[in-house]
Every structure is written in structure tokens, then in C-alpha cells.
Design a protein around this ligand. Structure first.
Ligand SMILES: O=C(O)CCC(=O)C(=O)O
Length: 220
């Protein structure tokens, strides 16, 4: 079913308008925020997690529930995809998948909430700074994310074998031509101490959004 969604004509057309005919899926994931509990996602750029040879890289978010700020809508800071790649390392020097909100030259007041009825779809560039707050409402918030790139954007860091890699091609034709562009890159190295999902990576990061439910440990 998750693969079938990618073949919806309108979704495919918009994605190819953004990335070109040949597109690879990097990852698909479901971020579910339970009522009163669902964790924040600290400010970050997806590009910091998976730099490629060019930045024709985007993520589509499909809202599975009516989404408002109070149930944890994702915020984006417009225009940041044209700027620098922020440091996503903690004070210990390890990658932690989050920007330090106290030192980064970012105006968080410029952030725009991606709100909409269930079924709404957003696309954000991999260099766009984004994040989301805890779900403080009594409604769940599900966000299905497809991270995708032009097929000639090759990962700078990958241990994947060829059959697995090429299986991720979703539109058009495979290529072994890596298109190189002058893009800012900070390697996510040394790797996060807390491996796994973004929630785990960010466990050692400073908090902007905070976690209100002080008695409850954030999900791992
Ligand atoms: O679930 C969210 O609100 C944001 C998720 C996100 O940015 C991510 O998983 O990279």
C-alpha cells in the first residue's frame, strides 16, 4: 500500500516536477503523535542526515489526521533551503540530528505551520529547517513521510549493496551517473550515539520545543 501511494498520478507528477523524471525513494516513515503525549521533533535539516552529490532531494508529508498546531503540526522556516547547513552535532562532538536553537542564526518567528485536513500533502526541500512541537491536544497526529531524490543524486554515505539500492528506484530509469553540484555538506559523523529513528538521534540534543509531559519518558 505504501508503494501504491507513490503511483498516484498527481503525486507522481508533482514529485517529478520537483526532482525530474528519474526518482529514488530514500526512506518512508510514519511519525505518529499520540494525544497529549506525541513527542516533539527538534529543528533540523534532513540534508544533515543524508547528504548526496546534489540536492534535488525532498520529503513529502501526507497528513493522516486533521493537523493543527495543537496536535503537533510540522513547522518549516521558509527560504532556509537556500542557506547554510547548520551544525547538527551535540557539545560532545557526535551527530545528534538537531540544530542548537540557542546558537544557530535562525529566526524561529518566521516558522510557518503546515496545517490542513487529513489527506493534505506538503513537500519540503531537504535543506529546509523544520521541526514540530509535542501533541498537546486530545487528537492523534499521523504524518506519513516519503523522502525522495533525483536518481542521479548519489548518497555520500552508504553501506547499501547494489540490489537493495536500485530497488528503491520509484520513477523512470536507473543511472550510474552521479550528478555533482556545489552543495554545502556537513557529514553526520561521528555517528549519533543514539542510533535508530530521529527521535532516538535527538535524545542528546538541546531542546527548543521541550516535552511537557515531564513524568513520561519520551518514546524510544
Ligand atoms: O513528524 C514531524 O512532525 C516531523 C518529522 C521530521 O521532520 C522527520 O522525521 O524528519
Amino acid at each position: 500500500m505504501f508503494r501504491e501511494f507513490l503511483q498516484i498520478e498527481k503525486f507522481k507528477r508533482i514529485t517529478q516536477d520537483l526532482l525530474g523524471e528519474n526518482v529514488r525513494l530514500h526512506n518512508a516513515k510514519l511519525n505518529v503523535k499520540a494525544p497529549h503525549f506525541g513527542s516533539p521533533v527538534e529543528w533540523h535539516q534532513d540534508w544533515a542526515f543524508y547528504p548526496h552529490t546534489n540536492d534535488d532531494v525532498t520529503a513529502a508529508g501526507i497528513m493522516l489526521d486533521d493537523t493543527r498546531v495543537d496536535n503537533g503540526a510540522m513547522f518549516v522556516i521558509p527560504g532556509t533551503h537556500r542557506g547554510e547547513i547548520f551544525n547538527h552535532h551535540g557539545p560532545d562532538g557526535y551527530f545528534c540530528g538537531a540544530i542548537d536553537p540557542e546558537t544557530a542564526a535562525l529566526d524561529f518567528n518566521q516558522a510557518v505551520a503546515c496545517e490542513g485536513p487529513a489527506g493534505s500533502v506538503t513537500f519540503h526541500h531537504a535543506r529546509t529547517v523544520h521541526g514540530s512541537a509535542q501533541n498537546t491536544s486530545d487528537r492523534a497526529r499521523g504524518l506519513l513521510l516519503y523522502e525522495m531524490m533525483a536518481a542521479d543524486a548519489y548518497p555520500l554515505l552508504s553501506k547499501e549493496d547494489w540490489p537493495t539500492f536500485t530497488k528503491r528506484l520509484i520513477y523512470g530509469a536507473e543511472t550510474n551517473h552521479a550528478r555533482l553540484r556545489d552543495v554545502p555538506v556537513r557529514m553526520p559523523l561521528p555517528p549519533a550515539k543514539h542510533q535508530g529513528s530521529i527521535y532516538e538521534n535527538q535524545m542528546s540534543s538541546k531542546r527548543y520545543f521541550g516535552f511537557i509531559n515531564k513524568d513520561a519518558a519520551p518514546p524510544t
